[in-house]
Design a protein around this ligand. Structure first.
Ligand code: HEM
Length: 141
């Protein structure tokens, strides 16, 4: 679980990042599909070219879910319960991909807010994104 200081660090960056949710989400997905093309296999029905409307719409959904987790930072598993079922039972995404996407979100946020991205903020976001990933993969067996 996150310490009070870590929660504060997550909330502070989110207050900036939330206004750019679609752009950050789309860039995170672009980084994911460029660096780890195997992740594209889950999206055969999507146009994954850079800046496509599907990429932007999906990026926005993903980052809005991250925003829900920020809002309910003391109950992430409750906040993302439905998404957890979707990813585990219906989409069956290999958990490895959550680490890859988390890394890409981290890179995107770091590139946008370099001055805010201190080692402490980096560590807090890493832990926070790991918590989200755990929740989204906890239903797997
Ligand atoms: C759908 C969030 C990780 C694959 C979604 C949706 C959200 C979401 C909000 C839309 C659900 C809906 O329409 O009701 C997240 C979050 C993640 C994450 C917060 C981790 C931070 C992943 C990963 C993959 C993945 C790692 C695979 C590489 C998918 C797919 C869909 C989806 C294939 C369905 C897309 C569609 O057909 O519209 N996710 N996701 N997700 N997610 Fe994730």
């Amino acid at each position: 679980t996150l310490t009070q200081a870590e929660k504060a660090a997550v909330v502070a960056i989110w207050s900036k990042a939330s206004t750019q949710a679609e752009a950050i989400g789309a860039e995170s997905l672009e980084r994911l599909f460029t660096s780890y093309p195997q992740a594209k296999t889950y999206f055969p029905h999507f146009d994954l070219s850079q800046g496509s409307s599907q990429l932007r719409a999906h990026g926005s959904k993903v980052l809005n879910a991250v925003g829900e987790a920020v809002k309910h930072i003391d109950d992430i598993s409750g906040a993302l319960a439905k998404l957890s079922e979707l990813h585990a039972y219906i989409l069956r995404v290999d958990p490895v991909n959550f680490k890859l996407l988390s890394h890409c979100i981290l890179c995107t946020v770091a590139a946008r807010y370099p001055n805010d991205f201190t080692p402490e903020v980096h560590a807090a976001w890493d832990k926070f994104l790991s918590s989200i990933s755990s929740v989204l993969t906890e239903k797997y067996r």
